[in-house]
Ligand binder design. Structure first.
Ligand SMILES: C[S@@+](CC[C@H](N)C(=O)[O-])C[C@H]1O[C@@H](n2cnc3c(N)ncnc32)[C@H](O)[C@@H]1O
Length: 351
């Protein structure tokens, strides 16, 4: 994802801090709001839950830690500046503010950036209360805020992060999965079975009357589609992949009961995987402005075409208005609508 203007302002502030204190005393915490080309900010160590961001940092010669925002590598009270462009989910933001303030030494600064509709002002007020400080605010164009929160000697009460790091169980018997699924904040739709994914699963028996040999779950989230396939077909090899560290960890946990024939690994839209799958299940990410969502969908469609062996089939579910069939033309031998409801459509793509 490209960096938005608020992330850009944050990176500038952090670069100034790094020039004064040295990059090793600073940390950038990033999710999808990271630049395509890190450039000069690659000198700052990054803690990210996105595989593509970590890879970009490493390619630019920088240091990246890819994890579900696990700060344990940084001892308490050691850093002088931490920057974070706030995420969408409250539990993630609270977890990062709590952990970041603990890693700052007294006098160190937590830089937060975001838009007013994302609740940046509320987050800044809560972070300042925990830091025992008054925040300095800079208004950014278009309703954004950049805040500097200087940590006091003692920290106040932690923000409620809904026990961010703890696993919980989600019942999935409604879609024919007997085992409860491990899930947690920070993963797409972690509290529910996605309605689009449930529709996709309804179409599976029609598309694969016989078990496939090797199946890929592309963008697996906590692994719902992969676990369904693993439980339905005891002889099938299953690979689940996602760009998000928490999603990969959840998929690994949920596929563990199936032993060596099923596993999960991180990748950016399957870029690091080798072709040879004869089945692929995908509910591609759709959470950005239309143009970006379209580009992401196109990357997932192109990945399916590359990763399937000739004769293999992919089953995609997308919002009803996404022109999936049009985007798939020329890449697949046969494009077949299978099932639809008022919100979603499921389409089979055969190589
Ligand atoms: C709509 S969710 C579907 C999740 C899951 N398959 C389900 O049915 O519940 C899309 C998933 O794609 C993942 N994703 C987003 N960008 C990605 C990328 N570049 N590479 C791989 N996965 C990505 C997200 O983290 C998310 O888990």
């Amino acid at each position: 994802m490209t960096a938005d203007p608020y992330a850009f302002a944050l990176h500038s502030a952090l670069t100034v801090a790094a020039a004064a204190d040295g990059p090793a005393a600073c940390l950038l915490v990033a999710d999808e709001h990271a630049p395509e080309q890190p450039g000069a900010i690659a000198q700052l160590p990054v803690l990210t839950n996105r595989w593509d961001v970590a890879r970009r940092w490493q390619e630019a010669g920088g240091t990246a830690q890819f994890s579900d925002f696990d700060f344990s590598a940084w001892p308490p009270a050691t850093l002088t500046a931490i920057g974070y462009r706030i995420s969408k989910e409250k539990a993630v933001v609270h977890h990062i503010i709590n952990a970041a303030l603990e890693r700052l030494r007294p006098g160190g600064v937590l830089w937060l950036a975001g838009h007013k509709q994302e609740g940046i002002r509320t987050y800044v007020a809560k972070a300042a209360a925990r830091a025992g400080a008054v925040a300095e605010l800079e208004r950014l164009a278009g309703g954004g805020t950049l805040a500097a929160i200087r940590r006091g000697a003692a920290l106040g009460a932690a923000l409620d992060d809904q026990h961010y790091s703890e696993w919980r169980e989600l019942a999935a018997d409604a879609v024919g999965i007997a085992q409860p699924l491990a899930t947690k904040p920070g993963i797409f739709g972690w509290q529910k079975i996605d309605a689009g994914s449930a529709l996709l699963l309804q179409a599976v028996p029609e598309v694969w009357p016989a078990p496939p040999e090797r199946l890929l779950d592309l963008g697996s989230g906590y692994g719902l589609l992969a676990v369904y396939a693993a439980s339905r077909w005891p002889g099938t090899t299953i690979v689940a992949t996602d760009n998000n560290a928490a999603a990969v960890a959840a998929s690994q946990r949920n596929l563990a009961p199936f032993g060596e024939r099923a596993g999960a690994r991180p990748s950016d839209a399957g870029a690091e995987l080798s072709p040879g799958f004869d089945a692929l299940l995908c509910n591609p990410p759709f959470h950005r402005g239309f143009g970006t969502a379209d580009a992401l969908n196109e990357r997932f469609i192109a990945a399916a075409a590359r990763l399937l062996r000739p004769g293999g089939q992919a089953l995609f579910v997308v919002n009803a208005f996404i022109p999936l069939e049009q985007r798939s033309r020329g890449l697949f031998r046969r494009i077949t609508p299978i099932i639809a409801d008022r919100s979603f459509k499921v389409v089979a793509l055969a190589r």
